[in-house]
Write a protein that binds this ligand. Sequence first.
Ligand SMILES: [Zn+2]
Length: 310
Amino acid sequence: MRKRSNTYMEQENGQAKGAAGSEEVFESGVSAGRIPVLMYHRITNNKVTAKENWICVHKSNFEKQLRMLELWGFTSITFEDYELYLQGRIPLPRKPVIITIDDGYLDTYTQAFPLLKEYGMKAVVFVLGDRTLQYNKWDAQNKVPPATLMNKAQIQELQRHGFEIGAHTLSHPDLSKLSCEEAWEEIELSRLALKDELGVAPITFCYPYGGLTRTTKELVKKSGFRFACSVYSGPSSIGEDPYEIRRVTVRNNVAELALQLIVPQNLINGIKEALKKNRQIEIPSVIKNGERVNQVLPVHRQVGMDFRQQ
Ligand SMILES: [Zn+2]
């Protein structure tokens, strides 16, 4: 088994470099304010069907994705590290990445954990507060097969290895569909349950299904969390809205993750939409001579061919 340094703090001993949102630009074009936040659910040793490829990544592809992150010079950090960086207590690594794994499946422990350890990486794992839930029964109506969840000892072991454990409500409801009182209970009681189990209150929350409203965001903030992850909503930079952090959905496909790391997600989404509707692509604005310039190109010119002929 390969032995690597487990935290970037062992690799860099300097003081914090500059304030949050520093415009230092890294080799890949990822700036300090643009830390990619990856979203995984299940890492499996079983065959992954096309239908499942948004929720399951095969163990072999997961390893290739980790190898790619390593080759490209990324260092995994947690939101707890990011918080320490914001407080000026530790520096950020040159190319940080945050790996998140949702729901607390047993395969996070049996499949993902050994590989992450082998690559000297760590993850932020979002678990439920209700430990009587032993499998993903909230997924039953979506025909997602049942999968066992981790127990308390396994979650504690991840924590001991420097993984961050974040809260994912008590029972995995769509918070945007609950009353204010029900949402508060799911948020606050999950925080207290994890504090009790882990001896330290979690600082990061994750909205099930990415379901959130302005009120749920306020409740998460009021509960004392410092960060909250969504799925497809929120600004692309984690510093802009700590309570709605957009994540990159990692599928069972290594090349797709490579593309997602190179090209900003909003540009990928813009191209997909434009191709679907055969309209113009809106390219993220750039600063030229001190002025923000919006760039718009017709889709067929942008991709070098005329899709209208097809
Ligand atoms: Zn979930």
